[in-house]
Design a protein around this ligand. Structure first.
Ligand code: NDP
Length: 264
């Protein structure tokens, strides 16, 4: 019987994951298909996963922390951050992984000499990226709309700011990990704050893909070197697909098929 995979999110209609993974399954003759599941309530993730008979799944905004809580076992990097974006059904047990951080590191490979980073947002994606940056010895500041989620980062020795007390510094890279601009025209912070951050950086990245967010648009207008979330999506997708197919497919072939799917 064909294996079934899905992506859980809200919203989820924008997700390119079904295209990417189905392109791999179809063209590399792996008997599986990949669907999307709009999930309102993260607490229902586990029962929905098993009721759909899934072999694995990806998890996107806003359910990555609920996915961590739903797992019977969490492995690798995901354990350090409490955030899961990839689920595997291993003999009826839900096993969780995180491939976002390595996906992002792949995406910014071409950015030179990154030492000082400003992360906009303090959700699941920020947790993954910040943990990775700190492990790489980089200096990290966080700017978030509300204070509550900053407590986690204060314990990691990051410089943490809300919009009210932001103290800019000189950055090499500013990244938007908020969902502002995903389905609206919002900036991740008030425009005057974003302007200051952009005046003080060499590179800009956005985790959002598939559209130019107002944040990325502003950065482009200032002539900064910019990157949207497409390469991050590709990077995390390749790693997730390896887990889905139990490392039976060639990694370069997976990457090639996923890249092709971007042009469908
Ligand atoms: P979470 O729900 O965990 O976190 C959302 C964050 O965004 C919070 O810090 C929240 O702030 C902030 N936020 C939400 N709306 C606004 C707004 N209008 N203005 C300012 N801040 C806002 O989301 P995730 O971390 O899971 O995902 C974040 C984004 O990253 C999504 O857009 C997702 O699509 C993208 N992403 C892309 C990937 C890729 O492969 N390219 C991979 C992973 C994520 P507060 O604490 O105040 O609520």
């Amino acid at each position: 019987m064909n294996k079934i995979f899905s992506i859980f999110g809200n919203p989820v209609a924008h997700s390119r994951s079904p295209l990417m993974h189905n392109s791999v399954f179809k063209n590399l003759n792996y008997k599986a298909c990949y669907t999307r599941t709009l999930l309102q309530n993260g607490a229902k993730l586990k029962e929905t996963f098993f009721s759909l008979g899934l072999s694995g799944a990806n998890v996107t905004v806003p359910h990555k922390e609920s996915a961590y809580a739903a797992c019977d076992e969490v492995r690798g990097f995901a354990k350090k951050i409490g955030v899961v974006n990839t689920l595997i059904n291993e003999n009826g047990k839900l096993i969780g992984y995180n491939t976002d951080a390595d996906g992002f590191m792949y995406a910014i490979n071409e950015f030179q000499n990154i030492q000082n980073i400003l992360v906009l947002g303090a959700g699941g994606t920020a947790k993954a990226l910040v943990q990775k940056f700190l492990e790489e010895g980089l200096h990290v500041s966080i700017l978030n709309r509300s204070k509550a989620r900053l407590t986690y980062f204060e314990k990691l020795d990051c410089e943490c700011y809300t919009w009210d007390n932001f103290q800019p510094s000189q950055y090499d890279l500013v990244i938007n990990t908020t969902s502002a601009g995903l389905k609206d025209e919002n900036l991740p912070a008030p425009k005057e704050i974003i302007e200051i951050a952009l005046q003080n950086t060499r590179y800009v990245a956005d985790a959002i893909y598939g559209r130019t967010t107002p944040f990325l648009q502003l950065a482009k207008e200032k002539g900064l070197t910019c990157k949207d979330g497409a390469d991050m999506l590709l990077g995390q997708g390749v790693l997730a697909n390896e887990l889905f197919c139990n490392f039976e497919l060639d990694k370069e072939a997976i990457k090639k098929e996923m890249q092709k799917s971007f042009f469908y």
